[in-house]
Design a protein around this ligand. Structure first.
Ligand code: NAD
Ligand code: MLT
Length: 331
């Protein structure tokens, strides 16, 4: 399929290389910062392609008001910020770059698992606050501990490889991966019911779809070891935040590392600042946060120069390939 592309709009701070590749292919490029919905619609009506990361939302309202747009490119994996059904109804193609940020997201997950096991962010904060507290920060080795990976796709597989090198026992579940394939990666394939009670750490690497919404919920916490630690570098809402908070407060969860949230940025900071400290001064708050069981990052899984360059190249090359009638990859 070949679609003529003359003008492409790039939003959301995509790496410069994206513009270069499009221009080399003779495509006119406009770069804009974040736009209001009204301005976005105006711009989309004078372009036939748009490339976004995650800040810009290509909603039904936006799509219903544009004419002539042929393709929406997402420089990243998830297409949650694009209403794919509404785009498809209008005959607009949606493409992503599955895989371009896999290694960065996997490395971020592994860093969070390591940080949880040794309370690295908390220990750093107490030392910066002037305390030399070695007793508080007795950690655990990862060697011999059980890591449960839910979602053995691109990122889940890379996390497996890396955490196995720490000597972790990896167990996992994915409806489209066979037990034999999992075994060939060194993963013991188990049903979710069997997996929960064994896990010292659980990391989720699924998309957020109806089947995975609140996959980690109150019932799951009650099936787990009370010391279980949860990691979410996939999508907010796979771990139910209310249930996580209750589990932390009631001794059913030993810690959590969150890169993604049900609402981004989160307006309710109860979980991020857990335990709640708003009656303290900012210095005391720093020290108290240092004793938190929750560590968090603001959706940084794919935030590396390497991943951002890779997704920028991939999405640009896909748009060029499309305009030249070559085979398409992505959504
Ligand atoms: P992928 O498609 O390669 O793998 C996802 C896997 O989840 C698939 O194998 C699928 O079969 C499995 N799955 C679906 N439903 C399941 C269920 N009910 N139970 C268990 N497994 C199930 O995707 P990926 O590239 O590995 O990405 C995983 C997640 O990470 C996505 O949500 C993606 O948006 C997110 N992500 C986040 C960041 C970040 O910056 N934090 C970066 C990249 C990707
Ligand atoms: C993705 O889905 O690719 C990630 O959430 C990362 C990002 O949005 O940059």
């Amino acid at each position: 399929m070949s679609l003529e592309l003359n003008r492409v709009l790039i939003l959301d701070n995509i790496d410069q290389i994206c513009e270069n590749i499009l221009k080399q292919a003779g495509i006119e490029v406009t770069i804009r910062p974040k736009l209001t919905t009204e301005d976005l619609i105006k711009e989309l009506n004078v372009h036939d392609g748009v490339i976004v990361r995650s800040a810009t939302k290509i909603t039904t309202e936006v799509l219903e008001n544009v004419r002539g747009l042929k393709v929406v490119g997402r420089a990243g994996t998830g297409v949650d910020n694009i209403n794919v059904d509404a785009a498809t109804r209008k005959g607009i193609l949606v493409m992503n770059t599955p895989g371009g940020n896999t290694l960065s997201a996997a490395e971020h997950t592994c860093s969070l698992i390591c940080s949880l096991s040794r309370s690295i962010p908390q220990a750093c904060m107490t030392l910066k606050g002037g305390a030399w507290d070695r007793k508080k920060f007795m950690g655990n080795e990862l060697y011999g501990k059980v890591l449960a990976i839910v979602g053995l796709g691109r990122i889940g597989k890379e996390v497996t490889d890396r955490m196995k090198s720490f000597g972790m026992r990896v167990i996992g579940y994915d409806p489209i991966v066979s037990p034999e394939t999992a075994a060939s990666w060194g993963v013991e394939y188990l049903t979710l019911e069997k997996l929960w009670p064994l896990a010292d750490y659980i990391t989720v690497h699924t998309p957020l779809i109806p089947q995975t919404k609140y996959l980690i919920n109150e019932k799951v916490f009650r099936s787990c070891k009370p010391t279980v630690k949860i990691v979410n570098v996939a999508r907010g809402g796979i771990v139910e935040e209310k249930a996580l908070l209750e589990a932390l407060n009631n001794g059913y969860c030993g810690g959590a590392a969150l890169d993604v949230f049900e609402e981004e940025p989160p307006k309710d900071l109860t979980l991020v600042q857990h335990p709640k400290v708003n009656k303290y001064t900012s210095l005391e708050m720093g020290i108290i946060c240092a004793y938190s069981k929750v560590i968090c990052t603001p959706h940084l899984g794919a935030n590396t120069y390497e991943a951002q360059k890779r997704v920028a190249v991939e999405i640009a090359e896909q748009l060029v390939a499309m305009s030249q009638g070559k085979q398409l990859i992505g959504v």
